[in-house]
Structure formats: C-alpha cells, structure tokens
Design a protein around this ligand. Structure first.
Ligand SMILES: [Zn+2]
Ligand SMILES: [Zn+2]
Length: 925
C-alpha cells in the first residue's frame, strides 16, 4: 500500500523533476486577505502572482497546501460526518504555472503522473472539459489535448456550473478540466439512472481539477484574453489516497485510520470501515445497523475536527468568540458534542494530538514544534466547555421550558444568545429542544448570527477602507492611482519633501480636487515617510504642508486603498487648502516616531527574552507597538511569577546596555528562515523579506521601524502581565522617558508610605509587621471586651439578655449590636457555659443586617435542634440559614424586626420542645 505521506512526497518530487519550485504550505490564516476566513485553496498564496501584482524568480510551482473549508461557497462543515469524503481540513496538492506552460503542458503533466508515476489504468480515467455555455465557446483545445490519451467516450463535456472558474465577479477566470476516476459499475447507485461523473454515487470520484486562467473578465462582462495565461490545479490528498489505497471512504485511508483507532481506544467503540471496493461486490455491502451508523458518523466528525483544530491552533488560531477563533471554537465544540454521543464525557480530544503529530509531523513541522501547546489549549477548551455546559444547560432548560409552554417555538434571538453568550452549539440546542417537541426559529437565529458576523467582519478588517469604498472621478483616475505604486521612505527619514499629491478624497472617500480649511479627508502621496499600521506597529501621525505655504494638514492616520497602491493619509486641514498636484512636505512626528521605534525594538527584545525565560514554546499571538507603550500577547499556560518578570526585565536591560546596532537587511525568505529568523504565524511574506536583528540576541522578519541601537531604548519596564484567553498571556511594558517617569512615580509612592510610617526602606518591612501585629492584638482585645460587655460582668447578666424557663429548659435570648460572627459565637458559648443546659438565641444587628446564632446544649439535642430553630426564626428578619443540631447560624436583612423575632423565638422553642415542631423535624443524628 502506498501511504498518504508517500503520495504527497511523490507528487512534489514529480513536479520538482519537471522544473517546479516546491513552495511550502502557507498558513491556514491568510494574513494578507481580511475577507478570507481561512486559506481554502492552493492558489491563495499565489493570488498576487496570478494577478500580475507580484513577480518571483520562478514561473512554475507546486505545493501541498493546508486548507479549511468551513464557510461561504465552500462550506463542508455540515457534510462532515455523514459523508465519506468531505472534510473541514484537508490537504490540496497543486501545480501552478504563472504564464509558463498552459493547457497542453498541464494535461501532459497530469496524465503522466496519474498513469506512469502512479500506475492508474488509463481505462479508468475520465476527463471533463468545458462544453460551451453562456456565450463562452467549447474548450476545443483541451479536448484535442485529451484526445491524445483518451478515447472520445472518456471525455465528458460539462457546463458553467462544473467547468468554469472565476476568482471574483471581475478579473482572472477560465475554463477547467477535471479528471475523474471510475471505480466500477458494481458499486450501488441510489439514483434511477446513474449520471456518471456528475452523479452523487461512489462510482466516480473527482480527483483533480485543472483551471486554465485565460480571461480577464471586465466590469461589463466582456472576457479579454489574459496576456499571460496561467495554470492553477488542485487535487485533494485524501481522495487520491483513497483511490490509490483502494478504499471508497477517505476515512479508511492511513490519513484517518490511526486517528479512528485512537478514538476507538478512548471510547471503547470500534469504527467499521466501509466495505465493498475494489474486491467486493455490491452484495457485500450489508446494511449496518442505525446504531453502527451513528457511531461511525460521530467518530468521523471527531477525527475530522481533531485534524482541523490541531492544524488551526498550530497556525496560531486561538478559540474565542470572534472571527477565526469563533469558527475554531465551533469546530471544537461540535467534536466534543459528538464525543459525548460516543460516551466520552471527560476531556479526550487532546489525547488525539500525539497521533496526528506522529502521522503528519514530518510533513508539517509546525505540528511537532507546537505539540505541547496545542494539546494544552485543546484540553483547556474541553474543560471550559464542561463549565459552559454547567452554566448554559440550566438556561437552555429554562428557555426550552418557556418555549414549550408558549407556541413550541424557541425564538431565534434566544437560541442565538444561548449559542453566542453561553457557548452552547446550535445543534446541541436543537437536540435538546426536539426532545421536548420544541422547534427553533432558524430564520431568527440566522438573522442574529448575520448581525454578529458583520460585527466581527468590521472588526477584523483594519486594512481600512477597501477599494470599492473609495470612489474616483473617472476610470482613468483610478487606473492612474493604482499604477503609481507605494513608496515608503520612512525607514530612512521622517521628512520627505517635494512630493506630489496624487489624489485627494473627502470625508466620505469621494475623489475631490481640493480640501479646504476645516475639512477632513484623505490624501494619496507619491512618496511618504508615514508608516502604515502593520505587524502591530501603529500608523504614524504628523503633518503635510504645501510647499508654497498655501495650506497645512494634520495627519492622524494612514490607510490603504488596496495592496500595492499609494497609501492614503487621513488628514484634517488646519489652514489654507491643498489641491491635487500640489507639491508638499510630508513630515511624520519625529518625537512620536522615536518613541515608536523604542517600543518596537523593545518588543523584539522582549520576545527573545520570553523564549529564554519561559521556553521555545512561546509564540507571539499579537502585538501592539505604540509610542507610549507596547503590548505583547503570547502563548503560555500559566501566569508569570515575579521572578520570571524580573528575569525578563534584567535580560532586556542587559541588551540595552550592550547598545548593539540594530541590523536590518533584505534577504530571501528561505535564507532568513534558515538563519533562524522568527517568522510570525499567519504573516504572509514575499520572496524578499526584511530581517531585523539585534545580532547575537534576536532576529525577526519585520517591516517596522526600529532604533539605531538598543541603547536608544534607554529603559524598559513591565507594567502588567495577565491572561487574555485560555493559554494566551499579555505583557504590557513601557520604555524611555515613560519608564523613567514610572519608576519615579513608584519611588514617590514608596517615599510617601515611608514618611507615614516614619521609617526607612530597609526598616519598612519590620515596621509594617509591627503595625499588623498591633492591629491584630487590638482587634482581639476589642473583640474580647465586646463579648464581655455583652455577656455581663461577674455573675450579673447584661440588661439586653432575657432568660426564661420553657418546659423545664432554660432559654436565653439576647439582642446585641455590632458583633462579628466570631464574637457572636463566643458570646453564645459564654451563655451556654453559664447555664450549662438550655437554648441560646442571639441576634446582632450591624447597620440593617442581622446575624443570628443558635446554640443548644448537647443534652437537649435529642429534643430540639439548633438548625430547626434557626430555620423557623430567620425568615422573620428576611433571612435563612441552618446548621448542626447543637449550633446554627443565619443572616437576615431586616434589622427592624429583631425584637419581634426574639419574642417569637419563645413560641418556636416551646412548640419544638413539646414535640409539635411542625415543619418537618429531623430525627436526631
Ligand atoms: Zn450514480
Ligand atoms: Zn517587529
């Protein structure tokens, strides 16, 4: 049997032999595209190459790309489980040509790989081509090239829905050609007439899609030929493994078998493989019981989702309630819910991680590198879900109960709140609701969900306003600006002179000729020193001045219309006017920029120091680099100790003292990574990258602005450390003058305290110890005196004490004030010691609150219990309580009724002693 790892490797080796650059899979988090939830195709990382926006030194590439399909057009989430060939996470093998070979080359390469390299019999292969539809002609070329290998009856013509691909409404698009594998007519088909390659049955399996990017679709729908036609292909590793390993189900391949075996181990159940191919006949396919089906379905869900969560977390996604983290959490909870169906009520998903790392680790080193962190994060999410169920279930029960007694429909808003606020998965809610014959208003739920998504989207897209939001005077104006390019000179300087204003926009992003005093808007400049927020570093602020003195604008932010376009500066006209075409001086505030440099270089030092102090598992999860502070989020599982924080500060201070020159250079990405540069998860890097290093200490891929030397930072102080999500910590720190000011403020506070104590720093500790000892002693003393005065002196009873005989038993009641719990107990003990046998009931009021203690001497607890007394009297002062037969306590809210309560106590005690206790007297224990 060929393993999936061998298939992956042989695919890449084959294309490498044929002149392709093997490009590593990009992260599942597409950093450059805020509109895309997760990487969902091999071509994502090459998008700019296809669009001609980027050039690289190669024109042929191949990759095995990690993909997730859980939203939008490609949403396979709901199919996972019932289906034998759908996945949320999968690997896409692909070869790409950027204006190099085209249809003939692609078809040749595909054919040779399938038939020669992998020895699939040509008689089992069926190709599809575009047969012509919607005014787009049949793909005669593709047909001709396939005919060299296949008889005409093994070439099928399909229409727009199957064999035409487009990147968007406009832009690159083209006809496609798929390769299907025919498993045989022995397999059953549920349809009256099998529809062949288009059928839902398992007789044909689609292996490979070749997209011929040949047209550039215009706004008016016209298809212009692309100057450099390209190839984009995709083949699911899971499917091709199933074919080469002779299984019908992807889940029976070695990609899933070990995982399913482990799930079987932890659940004590067995996954039953799908029978029937290639050896078997249709008659072999006995129908499994519904129970086996349910078990199999849940095991597939768990296996699929375990892969998805492991890869997502290894790529830096953290479960949360927003955007990508939200999807991850949803997947994890769906897996847990199916785990419950398998009888798994304790955390179990984290126990699957090592199986996956064992199988996939060699191909995806990020798994092994983050194995421990991934396992811990999954476990903590599983524990959190336990807590969710504890917290959310009662609310769900309540909501379902309400719905059941109303129309039997759970309002969508309610369902969404359970889902969103309490984290209960919708299908979980549905399951429980349907048991009570309650349905869910799905439309209302979807509506609430959509509103939440919009919020998440708005939040995620810092990229600012996108191209469609800026409107241009004319198509020519748009073209001109897009071609002008983005020239950032801010690494070298904070002032750029004689720059033309390329375009001006008003507040609502409409292109205008000029902005006048008082107006706000946007200015696009040909060159600029202004940094645009990226890599956590905030945008610069500053000023743009017309060189003739005609106008001056304050810059409070920078944004981008689209990648590669000149950046636009958000401005407010302070005086005069600026017009398109004016030559201006653009100046980023030097003082703020210097402060930002300090923060940024200090962030790199902190990152490296964290790895030294806490270990190599520390990964950056986010950062903010601002002039006045820096914030660094990282993956780590316990709060930092004071010693660890001290060690961080010490190490960073040492690097500052060394005053090392900060080195920035451009390198190729491979070279940089090989040299040990820290690349950030989810970050997309081009061919050439900027490497910022503090030689001997830190090396990161970074586009930010930095100090000349570490000594410029001056001083570094951690001001806070805390947790922001499961497994994610946040450190905030300050540098330079702010750090000096902070230590001075700390010293001033200390001086003030020392002044009040009248002591010196080295004596402070013992002064405070003395003070605390005094307070403790005085409190004890006061307590004793309060109890004594309440009890009464030497043989005489205090006037607040009432003592009566009831049925031969002594009852002592007392109303006291301002006694603490402990004092009340001591007072009760004192009374009991005095009367030897009897019942003591004391109430003490403090402000309006009432504390009650009841003590019953041991010899009487057979007849009357303190707990029972307190249960009956406390409600009179709006309280409740309980306790042992000989001692009980309660609290109440209504101090005005204490006298009444104490009077009533006599009747209560009388009733209880006479055995007519009334409210369920407990047998003595
Ligand atoms: Zn069929
Ligand atoms: Zn950086």
């Amino acid at each position: 049997m060929t393993t999936a790892s061998e298939i992956r490797a042989s695919f890449l080796r084959y294309f490498e032999r044929h002149g392709h650059r093997i490009v590593p899979s990009s992260s599942l988090v597409p950093h450059d595209d805020p509109t895309l939830l997760f990487t969902n195709a091999g071509m994502n990382q090459f998008k700019d190459l296809f669009l001609g926006k980027e050039r690289r030194e190669y024109r042929r590439a191949a990759s095995a790309q990690k993909c997730m399909r859980v939203s939008g057009k490609h949403n396979d989430l709901d199919n996972v489980g019932p289906s034998l060939r759908h996945h949320t996470f999968f690997e896409m093998l692909g070869n790409f040509s950027f204006g190099d070979y085209f249809k003939e080359g692609a078809i040749d390469l595909a054919w040779q790989l399938l038939t020669a390299e992998w020895s699939l019999p040509p008689s089992k292969l069926v190709a599809t081509i575009f047969g012509g539809e919607g005014g787009i002609p049949r793909d005669d070329e593709a047909h001709r090239f396939w005919r060299r290998f296949l008889p005409a009856d093994q070439i099928v013509e399909l229409g727009l829905a199957d064999n035409f691909w487009a990147m968007g409404d406009t832009g690159p698009c083209g006809r496609c050609s798929e390769v299907h594998y025919f498993r045989g007519r022995d397999l059953p088909c549920p349809e009256p007439v099998c529809r062949g390659v288009a059928c839902s049955c398992d007789r044909y399996v689609e292996l490979w899609n070749n997209v011929f990017m040949e047209f550039d679709r215009q706004v008016d729908g016209r298809l212009n030929p692309l100057p450099a036609p390209s190839i984009d292909t995709g083949m699911g590793l899971e499917r091709v493994s199933a074919v080469l390993q002779g299984t019908i189900s992807n889940y029976d391949t070695d990609l899933f078998a070990p995982l399913l075996a482990r799930i079987g181990e932890v659940s004590g159940l067995t996954y039953s493989p799908t029978p029937g191919w290639p050896s078997g006949q249709a008659s072999d396919r006995s129908n499994p019981s519904p129970e086996t089906n349910r078990t199999n379905t849940s095991m597939r869900v768990v296996a699929d989702h375990a892969r998805a969560m492991t890869f997502l977390i290894a790529d830096g996604v953290v479960p949360s309630n927003e955007w990508r983290g939200y999807v991850l959490r949803k997947i994890m909870r769906r897996a847990m819910r199916h785990g419950m169906r398998l009888g798994l009520t304790d955390p179990f998903l984290y126990r699957l991680v090592d199986v996956l790392v064992g199988e996939m680790g060699p191909a995806y080193p990020e798994l092994a590198a983050n194995q421990e962190a991934v396992g811990r994060m999954i476990r903590s999410e599983e524990e959190r879900f336990d807590a969710v169920l504890t917290g959310g279930l009662p609310r769900l029960e309540e909501a379902v109960e309400r719905a059941a007694s109303a129309q039997g429909v759970l309002p969508g808003e309610d369902a969404f709140r359970l889902y969103d606020t309490y984290g209960l998965p919708l299908d979980f809610v549905e399951d429980l609701a349907s048991e009570r014959h309650v349905s869910i208003d799905r439309a209302g739920f979807d509506h609430a969900m959509e509103a939440q998504r919009d919020k998440a989207r708005a939040k995620s897209a810092f990229e600012g306003r996108k191209i469609q939001e800026f409107s241009f005077r004319s198509e020519d104006a748009r073209q001109a600006l897009s071609a002008a390019g983005d020239v950032f000179e801010g690494y070298a300087t904070t002032v750029v002179r004689a720059v033309p204003i390329l375009a001006a926009f008003d507040e609502s992003c409409r292109q205008v000729e000029e902005l006048r005093e008082g107006a706000s808007g946007y200015l696009a400049l040909g060159r600029t020193p202004f940094y645009l927020e990226a890599g956590g570093q905030v945008s610069d602020t500053g000023e743009i001045r017309v060189e003739t003195g005609a106008g001056r604008a304050a810059v409070d932010g920078v944004t981008r219309i689209a990648a590669g376009w000149p950046r636009v500066h958000r401005v407010r006209l302070v005086e005069g006017a600026v017009r398109e075409g004016d030559l201006v001086t653009a100046e980023a505030g030097a003082a703020l920029r210097d402060a930002t440099r300090r923060s940024h270089t200090a962030t790199h030092l902190l990152h490296a120091a964290l790895r030294r102090v806490l270990g190599a598992h520390v990964r950056q999860a986010g950062s903010l680099v601002a002039p006045d502070r820096l914030r660094f989020d990282f993956v780590h599982f316990s709060p930092l100790t004071r010693d660890e924080i001290n060690a961080l500060e010490r190490i960073v201070a040492e690097e500052i003292r060394r005053n090392t020159i900060v080195d920035t250079e451009e390198r190729s990405i491979d070279e940089a990574i090989a040299a040990g540069a820290t690349a950030l998860f989810g970050e997309k890097y081009g061919e050439r990258v900027r490497v910022v290093s503090v030689p001997g200490f830190s090396m990161e891929l970074c586009g930010g602005t930095h100090c000349r030397a570490t000594g410029d930072i001056g001083q570094f102080t951690v001001v806070s450390e805390g947790g922001i999500a499961a497994g994610v910590r946040r450190i905030e720190a300050i540098t330079g003058a702010d750090a000096v000011a902070a230590s001075q403020a700390a010293r001033a506070a200390l001086d003030e305290v020392l002044g009040l104590l009248g002591t010196t720093a080295d004596q402070a500790r013992s002064a405070v110890d003395r003070l605390q000892a005094d307070v403790k002693r005085l409190t004890r003393e006061l307590s004793r005196m309060k109890v004594e005065s309440a009890r009464g002196q030497q043989g005489q009873i205090a006037p607040t004490v009432a003592e009566t005989e009831i049925a031969g038993t002594t009852l002592v009641t007392q109303k006291a004030t301002n006694l603490a719990k402990l004092e009340l107990r001591q007072l009760a003990d004192a009374h009991r010691d005095r009367i030897k046998s009897g019942v003591v009931v004391i109430a003490s009021t403090t402000d309006e609150r009432v504390s009650i203690v009841v003590s019953v001497s041991k010899d009487l607890t057979e007849r009357i219990q303190a707990g029972e007394i307190v249960k009956q009297v406390a409600p009179m002062v709006g309280g409740s309580g309980g306790g042992r037969p000989d001692f009980a306590e309660a609290g109440g809210k209504d101090g005005s009724r204490v006298d009444e309560m104490l009077r009533e106590t006599r009747q209560v005690v009388e009733r209880l002693l006479s055995g007519a206790g009334g409210t369920g007297r407990q047998p003595p224990r």
